[in-house]
Design a protein around this ligand. Sequence first.
Ligand code: ADP
Ligand code: MG
Length: 694
Amino acid sequence: MTTSPQRTEQATGVIKQNKLEPLAVRLEKLGLVRDWDFVLHLPLRYENETRILPIGSLTTGASVQIEGTVTDQRFTHTNRGQQFIATITDQSGEITARFIHYYPSVQKQLAVGQRVRLYGEPREGFYGGLEFVHPRIKSGKTLDEALPQALTPIYPAGEGIQQRWLRKRIDRALLDLDIVDPVPKAILERFGLPGLREAITYLHNPPSNADVAGLQEHTCPAWRRLIFDELLAQQITLREMRAIASHRHSPKLDASSKPLTEQFLKTLPFTLTQAQVRVTAEISADLMTDRPMHRLVQGDVGSGKTIVAALAALQAIESGYQATLMAPTEILAEQHFNKIAAWLTPLGIRVTWLTGRLKASEKNKALEEITSGQAQLVIGTHAIIQDRVQFPKLGLAIVDEQHRFGVSQRLALRTQNKTDVAPHLLMLSATPIPRTLAMSYLADLDVSIIDELPPGRTPVVTKTVRLERKDNVLSVVLGSVAEGHQVYWVCPLIEESDKLDLTPATTCRDELQRRLPNLTIGLVHGAMPPAEKEAVMSDFVKGITQVLVATTVIEVGVDVPNASLMVIEHAERFGLAQLHQLRGRVGRGATQSACILLFGEDITPNGWERLKILRDFTDGFEIARRDLQMRGPGEFLGERQSGMPLLKFADLDRDETLLASAQIVATEWLRTDRARALTHAQRWFNTTSEFLAA
Ligand code: ADP
Ligand code: MG
């Protein structure tokens, strides 16, 4: 095969090899160090080299193996460079092999008169007949070896790591390693799973009559066994993390009377939904014990998580402790600060603002308030978890948009008080995390769900419209304003960065103003000074401004029930979760609201898929589930920051029942045979020990 990623292409098509790092380094990059790592390096797919087909019988569409004699060899010149072509003949017919890129040795291997064996997928040739492009070649002595009895595994491999070498190395590891099955027979029987050695051997060397579909789709018993072990290791790791955390103590936030909470609830212009009451009670009960709370509150956009967080903070404050609320972005944190300070300051509570962007003097003042214990609630960005900030009496840490933070940050928060006393931890997720994902990656958390929206909301109608038809959309805007409603117009993201949003936002507003000269149009973006931003928002809230042109600053926290239309320009450039959040800004009043997704003509298939999902679904959980399917858990959870070993083999949608089984066994093992459980986890994730030590 000649498809290594770092080749240097020359006009002739001949590949010049780059200098490679030492083999051990390259292997380590693939996670291949211990014998165990090789044994658990499972094939991506298989090739069937157990048969040789007559060339005359070949058709397109499947990979095959042929054997014959080279009867011709030549070069052709195309505008992409020189290609090498050989003809191979057997008694039944002939086929060409085309090489667009090739090592010089290929010419020798395919010299006229040579006997060769080729493996590849035939396709219609350029001049009629069939051809292979870049087939795999065997020649010389290897042809004397008997045909393999098993399907040939193809492994994930980096540059300069030969499949043949990898296969041998894995076979040796299989021989050397004493594969003791950690899972007792009784459990295997209970879940209908094969033994470990049996499963591993089958996956590395499946018999020629193996269930190929089951192998490819990871649904055969052998795959199920390995997936089970992987999920088991994950569940053990997370449960152990949790157990370690709960060895520590948290303060009992047991306010005997709650005058401030009562006063706060009285001043609210609405009553809590049943879901908010239930979740608040769950949190309150956790806070009253000295076992550290570790709870995630999930609720769709607009389900009212902020009040639930404020009530939890109040319980801490009324018990004489400090609380923090941390948000992943400056803008989000600022929205929370404005909203919550407006709620709590009238009750005589000191709410302090802390971000990395504060001027030194402001920052020192904030830090002083915190260390002196004056600050009762601290709201800000992750500046809060930086070392310098020492809370004398931190009782509760709240994290908004928890899925944007990683496991390691979760741990950092838990260890914030540098004593044995850990704060209780409450996490909020505005992007609902699908149940299976929560069950696996978030198994170290308790989960509360706000599954009810405040009353009086009508679902938003969503339409996708080509950007060329912007004129029609402008008349919809006019119509909406004529009915006395307000409109959000979200400007396109530029170069995938919402930091550089100044120019496009201004241009966007100017264009709209030119085309809708009779409307009052406001503009808000992230780079505006806070005072100016506040003034613009306040005009919109009061209804003075009819159309608000905005960047994604309005993604969170903005709440204007009279706004009933949202237009998102170049919606295909936004992520699903972000679009769902943006759309959540409308549909907050009793009137029918609409969201128009304007898309450009260069929309990608993926981009179009996202818009379709948003058009067809309003339920945040359903949207999140599809988002997860499209992106995979790594990106969905923010793998890079999390550092948590990701699942390599399990697919949470497909393997939900295996996950449930793994949860049962993990709990049982940690109770009855903790050493066995930890050994199993360590074997799977080399990195596990760091987590367990944290
Ligand atoms: P999210 O869950 O997206 O963070 P918010 O906490 O911002 O939602 O709440 C969305 C809006 O709903 C806010 O204007 C909030 O004041 C309002 N709200 C919250 N709870 C209720 C309720 N029980 N009844 C009516 N409105 C509510
Ligand atoms: Mg929120």
